[in-house]
Design a protein around this ligand. Structure first.
Ligand SMILES: Nc1ncnc2c1ncn2[C@@H]1O[C@H](COP(=O)(O)OP(=O)(O)OP(=O)(O)O)[C@@H](O)[C@H]1O
Length: 871
């Protein structure tokens, strides 16, 4: 057997060799035909005329493959199928190559089956489209087309060609109508996604542009601030220089006095021990009658001449020699001892007290008077009672019934099942308005698949507001939030009365409402530190604002918290005017504490910026970093109120309709808001801004970046939701206080607590009837750029400090507002106004940029005359 096998092998090899040879010939023929066909298109016309005499030896064909090539071209192209004839040599080459290599990648019959249709269709099509070029359609294509043309007409031929191509493609590519529709849908989806992406990019670009502009504006603002500071520093340096030259003058005078003293002592024949010892003795008067000497002594500690004070009477006979020690704080006691024990002199000396340190002084005052209690201003103030809030019907809080739960569960499972998604387990958590179904999908199910079924699940549950959280952060499950058919109302009463709120130690606790697990949810505004609220109209924004204000009022004493309320809608916050004297802050010259006029908003916001700067100054001087540390230090009486220190209440700015403000006042509002949002957190100024329209030109990049706390009630579009929350979701809420809250991390779905207008009315009434402060807290004055110009100065309405300011300026011969600020302890604005009045009265010259103003009155005598004239 083994021998037989070895004999067979060379035989098979040989067959293979033969076959390879044959296949090489086939490939060769393929190439030959291909080149012949190709060449035919260039030389076929010349060869055509000689085609009948090709057998004649003298006839030379132009074709690259000679007569044979010319013949092949004539048969296959001219008399055959035209350009479609190229299919044949390609097939031959592929066939031969396949047979030799055995490669699966080469599929000659696959190629042929794809092209066979075109062997017929293409010649007819070319004959139909280019009847003047039979060399491309071949006689066959030309004739068939001609025949069909006479039979069904030109349109008929075109129609048949088209139909046949469509049918061929349908079979070839399996193109059913469903697939066509699916393809269409896919295309539409792609277009939609592209559009969305374009929109996103556009919005992003818009946001970046606005941010850039914002940045530029802020840089400009900072530059101006810096210039102002530089000017102020310069003014102060000049004043310091003046003081120095004054000091030098004084020193010279003092030295002159010393000289005179030495001379006086010489006259009295009392020699100081040394030259230094004489320091401190201003003059010595000798009285010969009662043998006494009066020493007029300079207070060395203060380095100031204390005129006719400290007149030490030294009782001694003139003959006795007196050694006067240098007068310093330490040796005053010593002198006293010496005078009584050794010399028997009676020296009347004021006792020098050892200075207390700040800590010691604070401890002493605290032990005498106790810590500073800001609430002592209104000692009898009563916090609003909990029963002012309505409980609402208990049946309102009944939970979702079992049947609904079961039905929802089944529908969810069914829907997922229809899409081939298996579930391992499902769990329901019932919230006040929404029930959360948590599902664990079977291994291998893609989360995005479930997320995509959001609409299908909503459809099967026939409910609005389905939100799918895939996955729930930190849980590894997928959440499907389904609104309850009978939502329960979360009353403000229930959240305020909750243990969590009552025992919280947050600085500014806000009880928003309840979570999906029915827990009371409280957040600290001081930590947030600013809050942005958005929601379409009627979705619970105003109720939300009332809930926030109510929470704060229930926790804070009027001395600890002030609201600045801006209400362009004029009706939402008016109720709070009753607590003006307790909880509100306003500009000194405004009548209403609730600001409804947009022009006033600008002044108020700028005034808040001044308050912020003032507070930063106080914090800096107290060496603390934030309001909490500052107030603790102040309560411990470590900060002296004489140095301007005061207890700082939190200030919460509430703007009800921000979009309206931006529309009317634009950048003038945006700039101070952005400044406050960026800087005010440490000094206890917090912002709550609500808007119906969360579009990018209302909520600009800078504002957004500084408002990490966001609340979204229901909005109308995904884009709005993205603008406010940076993600979709708010468009799927169900309204009526259903809200999403975030501080930058996860989104929390909450049911906002409901507080009705009559309840707010009762609370404000309760507080308003109690004794309050004489007026709302006054914010620093702000004089707008236009208001402060000298044109509007009315000299008949001069500041009460006008005369003092004028004298100060004339004595110092320096027209600077900061001098007035320091010496008269004024705010920047009042000092600025005084300077304007002084200018109008002709006491100082006009504003000269960075230089101090010129003083036009040379001395006090002239000034007094001028002031008399003015009076
Ligand atoms: N937390 C809530 N619980 C129950 N119902 C609510 C809640 N919040 C709002 N609603 C209902 O929705 C209605 C509209 O709420 P609200 O006035 O707060 O809307 P809004 O967003 O301020 O509208 P607008 O912007 O037009 O002032 C309320 O009258 C109330 O019936």
């Amino acid at each position: 057997m083994a021998i037989k096998n070895t004999q067979q092998e060379p035989k098979t090899n040989k067959t293979k060799l033969y076959l390879t040879g044959i296949n090489i010939i086939i490939i060769g023929i393929g190439f030959l035909l291909f080149i012949s066909f190709f060449s035919y298109y260039f030389n076929g016309f010349q060869d055509q005329s000689q085609i009948t005499s090709l057998m004649d030896k003298d006839v030379v064909a132009e074709n690259s493959f000679g007569k044979l090539g010319a013949l092949a071209g004539d048969v296959f192209i001219h008399n055959g199928i035209g350009i479609a004839a190229f299919i044949l040599p390609i097939f031959l080459v592929l066939f031969g190559a396949k047979k030799i290599t055995g490669s699966k990648a080469i599929k000659p019959f696959g190629f042929l089956s794809k092209c066979i249709f075109f062997l017929i269709w293409l010649p007819i099509f070319i004959g139909f489209s280019y009847p003047d070029h039979p060399e491309f359609s071949g006689i066959m294509g030309f004739e068939i087309n001609d025949f069909m043309n006479s039979f069904v007409g030109k349109i008929g031929v075109g129609f048949i060609l088209l139909i046949s191509l469509v049918i061929y493609l349908m079979f070839r590519y399996d193109l059913t109508y469903d697939r066509f529709v699916a393809w269409q849908e896919k295309r539409r989806e792609k277009l939609r996604l592209e559009k969305e992406e374009e929109e996103r990019i556009r919005l992003e670009e818009e946001r970046l542009l606005l941010e850039k502009r914002e940045q530029e504006r802020l840089t400009e603002f900072n530059k101006q601030q810096e210039l102002k500071i530089q000017q102020r520093v310069k003014e102060e340096e000049e004043i310091l220089e003046n003081f120095n030259s004054e000091a030098i003058k004084l020193n010279q005078e003092k030295q002159l006095n010393e000289k005179i003293n030495t001379e006086t002592i010489e006259v009295a024949e009392i020699q100081p021990q040394s030259a230094e010892n004489a320091f401190g003795i201003n003059s010595i008067d000798k009285d010969d009658d009662d043998h006494s000497i009066s020493l007029n002594i300079i207070d060395v500690v203060e380095e100031d001449v204390i005129e006719d004070a400290n007149d030490f009477k030294v009782q001694l006979p003139v003959e006795e020699e007196l050694y006067v020690e240098p007068v310093t704080e330490e040796n005053l006691d010593l002198i006293e001892d010496i005078k009584i024990e050794e010399t028997g002199l009676e020296l009347k000396i004021e006792t020098v007290q050892v200075e207390e340190t700040v800590e010691q002084a604070a401890a002493r005052i605290v032990s005498e008077q106790g810590e500073y209690d800001p609430r002592k201003d209104l000692p009898n103030y009563q916090f609003p009672k909990i029963n002012l809030l309505k409980k609402y019907d208990a049946s309102n809080t009944t939970m979702i019934d079992q049947k609904e739960l079961e039905a929802n569960k089944n529908r969810i499972l069914e829907t997922l099942n229809n899409y081939g998604i298996g579930i391992e387990s499902i769990k329901a958590t019932i919230g006040p308005t929404v029930t959360l179904y948590e599902i664990v999908p079977q291994a291998g199910v893609r989360i995005s698949k479930i997320k995509n079924l959001e609409d299908d699940i909503a459809l099967s549950l026939a409910a609005l507001g389905i939100r799918i959280i895939a996955p729930i952060p930190g849980k590894g499950t997928i959440g499907i939030e389904v609104p309850n058919s009978n939502p329960a109302m979360v009353s403000m009463h229930s959240v305020i009365a909750s243990q969590k709120f009552q025992s919280t130690d947050m600085e500014l606790p806000i009880a928003f409402g309840k979570t999906i697990t029915n827990e009371t949810f409280i957040a600290d505004l001081a930590k947030m530190p600013h809050l942005l609220m958005a929601g379409a109209t009627g979705q619970g924004k105003s109720v939300g604002l009332n809930a926030i204000i109510t929470s704060l009022i229930y926790k804070k004493h009027p001395s600890e918290l002030k609201f600045v309320m801006v209400d362009p809608k004029k009706v939402e916050l008016t109720l709070y005017s009753k607590i003006e004297r307790h909880f509100l802050a306003k500009l000194p010259d405004s009548e209403d504490a609730i600001i409804t006029d947009n022009a006033k908003v600008i002044n108020t916001l700028n005034s808040l910026c001044i308050e912020m700067d003032d507070r930063y100054e106080l914090l800096k001087n107290a060496f603390v970093r934030n309001i909490k540390e500052y107030n603790t230090k102040f309560k411990a009486r470590k900060l002296n109120p004489d140095n301007g220190h005061r207890f700082l209440p939190y200030i919460v700015l509430i703007v009800d309709e921000f979009a309206d403000l931006i529309m009317t006042a634009g950048k003038e509002v945006e700039l101070p808001i952005a400044r406050l949002a960026q800087l005010a957190r440490a000094v206890g100024i917090h912002l709550i801004i609500a808007t119906q329209r969360p579009s990018v030109n209302v909520i600009t990049g800078t504002i957004k970046a500084n408002f990490p706390g966001r609340v979204a009630f229901r909005v109308t579009s995904k884009i709005d939701s993205r603008t406010i929350l940076d993600s979709a979701g708010a468009d799927q809420l169900i309204g009526k206080g259903d809200m999403l809250f975030t501080t930058g991390n996860e989104l929390i779905r909450l049911q906002c607590a409901f507080v009705d207008t009559p309840e707010v009315d009762d609370i404000t009434e309760f507080i308003g009837e109690q004794r309050g402060y004489p007026d709302a807290m006054h914010l620093p004055e702000y004089v707008g750029e236009n208001e402060g110009s000298s044109v509007s100065v009315d000299l008949s309405d001069r500041d009460v400090l006008f005369n003092d300011a004028a004298r100060l300026i004339v004595i110092a011969q320096q027209g600077s507002a900061s001098l007035l600020q320091r010496k008269l302890k004024l705010g920047y604005n009042r000092a600025g106004r005084l300077i304007d009045q002084l200018e109008a009265a002709g006491i100082v010259g006009p504003f000269e940029g960075s230089k101090a103003r010129q003083v036009l009155v040379s001395d006090e005598v002239n000034l007094e005359q001028l002031l008399n004239n003015l009076n």
